[in-house]
Design a protein around this ligand. Structure first.
Ligand code: SF4
Length: 325
């Protein structure tokens, strides 16, 4: 019997061909969307993939700031999203006008700083920044690109910022933002799982608070997590402290292992409600209607320049790289 999902999937495949479109999907998308995608990845991998796309249409299955990034890095393409309401708590935590006022206050107080923003931010915030980082390249950017005689204002994720401070030894002024998914992992549940599975490896995303990270065997963004798991050849149990859809990607490529999601304090799983807005039906509809579409905004010009030099240019070509590094 042919299911509704099979029908919708068939429609998407036909429309994709008709539109000559490519589908990019984040690891936090539900498995049936990742299954259909031409490329799956973390923010850094998807941004770089988007910049290299030749197809006229990109369907970006993730949240809106990711689709905006794709548009900025490949402006001639039509970038569609299944749901324009797919936001992000980190984006919301850092309004551009508030950041601008804070930067002005720091300058008025004689502070010499560069602003490093996590890619989970609006285009207007990126436009106010010197560097944009993902969890995949943040350590490299902080170590190799921000001149050592500058302070760092890191926005908007205080947990990723605190982790970067610890790893790089660079003190930072931290914005008070957090991801609603990663902030609520339950330490007591994690410790109980570790007692129950003493041989298990705990992998955690650096958006998690320090109390979770200090109990992890590995800390890294989703692509780094995937690579860490790939290095384990013997069947292993992994306790996964990131958005639970990541397990689909791990299971697909490394089925010999067992993956257990670390629960949050208020639910049995950790699913991002913004990512969950995207459905197969909405993917089909946006391909059919060529909408919703990411259109060019005035702040995209400046944000694009910051994104390009941060994510696409190697460190050695960057003018502000510290001498001798
Ligand atoms: S998981 Fe957190 S950081 Fe990622 S899109 Fe959802 S709210 Fe934003």
């Amino acid at each position: 019997m042919v299911s509704v999902v099979d029908d919708v999937t068939a429609e998407i495949i036909a429309l994709k061909k008709q539109r000559d479109a490519i589908i990019l999907a984040h690891y936090y998308q539900q498995g049936e969307i990742q299954e259909l995608a031409d490329v799956t990845g973390d923010s850094l991998k998807l941004a770089r993939a988007a910049a290299a796309v030749h197809n006229p249409v990109i369907v970006f299955c993730g949240v809106v700031f990711m689709a905006e990034t794709a548009k900025m890095l490949n402006p001639d393409k039509r970038v569609l999203v299944p749901d324009l309401q797919a936001g992000c708590s980190l984006v919301e935590s850092c309004p551009a006008d508030k950041l601008r006022r804070y930067q002005e206050m720091l300058r008025a107080n004689g502070r010499r700083f560069q602003t490093v923003c996590y890619i989970n931010s609006s285009a207007a915030v990126k436009a106010l920044s010197d560097w944009v980082v993902t969890s995949g390249n943040a350590v490299e950017v902080v170590q190799k690109r921000v001149p050592p005689d500058y302070e760092i204002l890191f926005v908007p994720d205080r947990h990723l910022g605190a982790y970067l401070q610890e790893v790089t030894g660079r003190p930072m002024i931290l914005w008070d933002g957090a991801c609603i998914v990663h902030e609520i992992f339950s330490l007591s549940d994690l410790l109980a799982m570790q007692r129950r599975y003493p041989q298990a490896k705990t992998i955690a995303h650096p958006e998690c608070p320090k109390n979770i990270l200090e109990h992890a065997d590995f800390v890294g963004g989703t692509e780094a997590m995937r690579q860490y798991v790939a290095r384990h050849h013997e069947p292993t149990t992994f306790l996964v402290a990131t958005e639970a859809n990541m397990i689909w990607e791990l299971q697909r490529h490394y089925p010999q292992h067992t993956y257990l999601p670390v629960p949050g304090v208020s639910c049995a799983c950790n699913r991002c409600p913004h990512m969950a807005r995207n459905t197969l039906e909405k993917v089909r509809d946006c391909l059919r209607d060529l909408a919703p579409e990411i259109t060019w905004q005035p702040e995209f010009d400046k944000a694009r320049a910051v994104l390009s030099r941060s994510l696409l240019e190697p460190a050695a070509q960057t003018a502000t790289q510290p001498a001798g590094d």
